[in-house]
Ligand binder design. Structure first.
Ligand SMILES: *[C@@H]1O[C@H](CO)[C@@H](O)[C@H](O)[C@H]1NC(C)=O
Ligand SMILES: *[C@@H]1O[C@H](CO)[C@@H](O)[C@H](O)[C@H]1NC(C)=O
Length: 338
């Protein structure tokens, strides 16, 4: 057992040392990422588990404003299976405002679980994973020429994280991509997607998000990402998430041992003193804004009921004591009359 472990370990180390196309998501391999990619072992890594009770509300964080997302030109997007994820290139005219710099979109890609498992997202909220997560990657185009240059700088990249939740309804925007994944089943395969409204892949509310400094969630794990993780998930159908879980392989076409591409998420990393900010009052211990409104309303109603009861009791008591007084007056006067 131990020998098998040591052999496996050295096997992964050899693979990792070979310049590293060969990293993977299985639990043991993730531990070895830092050996070939030292930044993966640094102290401001992504993803993280977002604890609602510990996030810091920053009212100055403005809503994210995507520009050019609705009409991203006429050139088709390249859709690739790179052996680690399904990735789609994005047009140059797509920019993000509402961040410290202007960031230009480069690509988007997915993280997902396996059929029957509840996990799949990279970020967690109070320890809970979602079935999937979409990442839209941007680079700081005010300061850097391209994404390859930008990713070496702390303020180089901005990534939008969107939780994918399974609901009853099919999400038509996502079918623009998912309907093509059968054409890129194997690692290295590429196809195209006609341009469509990318804004429709994002949640409706872009004003509620978590913000922190972190890293790429795959090797080389550079700590160059300003993260925006939206609070509101996007709903897709069970059949849609299964497209990712069932039809993509991490192995090349014709491999004698095809490997399903599943559980494509990195485990949560330590905060190491970093602060996670929220653009909205997240509230303690996982209460949502709706729950807080309900609680405040409930307490107010309780106070009103208490006040009303007190008032009625006081009124009755006063009325009774008036009657008693009248009674006294009456008796005393009748006594006098006697
Ligand atoms: C990115 O920009 C740098 C600096 O201007 C340049 O040297 C490099 O060739 C560019 N890379 C790509 C992939 O365009
Ligand atoms: C990220 O790091 C930069 C540089 O240290 C700092 O100025 C900024 O406030 C940090 N942002 C967040 C959200 O922590």
């Amino acid at each position: 057992m131990l020998l098998a472990f040591i052999l496996l370990h050295s096997f992964y180390q050899t693979l990792a040392a070979k310049g590293g196309a060969h990293w993977s998501y299985d639990a043991h391999s993730q531990e070895t990422w830092p050996e070939a990619y030292p930044d993966c072992g640094l102290k401001a890594q992504s993803p993280i588990d977002i604890q609602m009770g510990s996030v810091q509300y920053d009212p100055s964080l403005p809503p994210i404003e995507p520009e050019g997302y609705r009409n991203p030109g006429s050139d088709p997007f390249a859709l690739t299976n790179n052996g680690h994820t399904v990735q789609m290139s994005l047009a140059e005219g797509m920019n993000l405002h509402g961040l410290p710099n202007i960031y230009t979109a480069v690509q988007l890609h997915f993280h997902w679980g396996s059929k029957g498992s509840s996990g799949g997202s990279e970020h967690l909220i109070d320890g809970q994973a979602f079935p999937g997560e979409l990442h839209v990657v941007h680079f700081n185009s005010e300061k850097y020429a391209n994404v390859s240059e930008a990713m070496h700088h702390p303020d180089g990249l901005a990534v939008l994280g969107i939780f994918l939740e399974v609901g009853k309804m099919e999400n038509p925007a996502y079918n623009n991509i998912f309907n093509q994944v059968d054409k890129i089943q194997y690692a290295g395969e590429e196809d195209t997607v006609s341009p469509f409204n990318i804004r429709n892949l994002l949640p409706e509310h872009l004003g509620h998000y978590f913000r922190y400094n972190g890293s790429l969630t795959t090797p080389p794990c550079y700590q160059s990402v300003l993260w925006t993780v939206f609070h509101q998930p996007v709903q897709i159908s069970a059949a849609q998430i299964e497209k990712l879980q069932k039809s993509v392989y991490s192995s090349k076409a014709g491999s004698s041992t095809p490997q399903s591409l599943v559980d494509t998420f990195r485990h949560p990393q330590l905060l190491n003193g970093r602060v996670v900010f929220s653009s909205f009052p997240a509230g303690p211990s996982g209460y949502s804004a709706g729950e807080i409104v309900a609680i405040v309303f409930g307490v107010l109603m309780g106070c009103a009921a208490l006040f009303l009861t007190g008032w009625i009791v006081a009124k009755r008591t006063r009325a009774r004591s008036m009657q008693d007084q009248k009674g006294v007056v009456f008796t005393s006067s009748s006594r006098r009359a006697v």
